[in-house]
Write a new protein. Structure first.
Length: 338
């Protein structure tokens, strides 16, 4: 009974704080970028929608901790926390509803980050910059092929100026050239492609309609150029299939999304042990200020490490250090209570 009481209170506070942070983020973003938006009401609404989704993705780890602090403050103020302890409840038992909801939220966002949700900031930027998604002069190695695309438009899943160089023993044995290719059903459809076969004796050219480059997804190709953001599934596919992908940059993006959120989740355990039992014997305001500052410090440290790791200054594995520290300290506190 106590579990669902705390769970519902925490959930309500989490949604309230998350949408409040998102609202202020959207307002500030609109103030800064409104003059750059195109003259279209529909695009304005779409831009606000994408920015709101991006802000939810950015702030949900912080909202988990802030909602926890708000909930325990309410429980302290109305003597609920001391009542639970008086009835024989332990810290381990009281943390369960908080931790359970935090893990659910983390799992939901990991699932969302595995799909198109990971690219909402790019959708907003495309509206802001008044341009379609298009990348030029892409040159990547894929399996035993070298692929050149003059212009790629991921939104329409179209590639213009496609050239594929097929390699065998480090020699070019075939070249496929086409002015246009379309991505359908996880493979590229190339109509009237010009195929040149090269061997030691002769060079032969034919024309044919072919299907090539299976799993060579447009969105992955586009993001390999800048790597500002990438979904978890696309990151896995890129590391598995592409030979010249910058693994450190991909790992930096993936680790930042995962370990930053997990740090906030396990921070709840540490804060629960540090939470005062009653407002008469402790300074609740000081506890809240310290907790908020420490939360922002952990989140800001992860962000700083992410920026350095993305630039290649630090190893992406350093992003796991704050999480490991918080996890270890939380386990120590649980073991100490036992």
């Amino acid at each position: 009974m106590y579990f669902w009481y705390i769970f519902k209170k925490y959930l309500k506070n989490f949604l309230l704080i998350l949408f409040s942070l998102s609202f202020f983020y959207v307002i500030i973003d609109l103030i800064a970028n409104y003059s750059k938006l195109p003259d279209s009401s529909n695009l304005h609404v779409l831009y606000v929608y994408y920015v709101a989704l991006n802000s939810i993705d950015v702030f949900y780890p912080l909202a988990l901790v802030f909602a926890f602090l708000f909930t325990v403050y309410y429980m302290i103020k109305f003597n609920e926390l001391v009542s639970f302890y008086s009835l024989g409840f332990t810290v381990k038992k009281l943390i369960k509803p908080f931790f359970f909801l935090a893990l659910i939220v983390f799992t939901v966002f990991v699932i969302l980050e595995s799909g198109k949700f990971a690219y909402v900031r790019e959708y907003a930027d495309s509206i802001l910059n008044k341009k379609q998604y298009a990348d030029a002069n892409l040159f990547v190695k894929y399996e035993d092929k070298i692929v050149y695309i003059k212009k790629l438009t991921p939104v329409f899943k179209r590639a213009d100026g496609l050239k594929i160089f097929y390699l065998q023993n480090n020699k070019i044995v075939k070249i496929l050239t086409s002015p246009k290719a379309v991505f359908k059903k996880n493979i590229w459809f190339v109509k009237d492609a010009e195929i040149t076969y090269i061997n030691d004796r002769e060079i032969k050219t034919t024309s044919a309609t072919v299907y090539v480059l299976k799993n060579f997804k447009p969105k992955i190709i586009s993001n390999l150029k800048n790597l500002n953001s990438i979904s978890l599934t696309d990151a896995y596919t890129a590391m598995k299939l592409f030979k010249d992908v910058n693994v450190n940059m991909l790992l930096s993006i993936v680790f930042f999304k995962i370990f930053t959120a997990l740090s906030m989740v396990f921070l709840l355990i540490v804060l629960m042990f540090k939470t005062p039992v009653h407002q008469r014997i402790s300074n609740i305001s000081l506890f809240l200020v310290k907790s908020v500052l420490f939360t922002i410090l952990v989140w800001g440290t992860d962000l700083m490490i992410y920026k350095f790791a993305k630039q290649g200054v630090l190893s992406p594995y350093v992003l796991a250090v704050p999480f490991v520290f918080i996890l270890s300290y939380g386990i120590f506190l649980l073991y100490k209570e036992k």
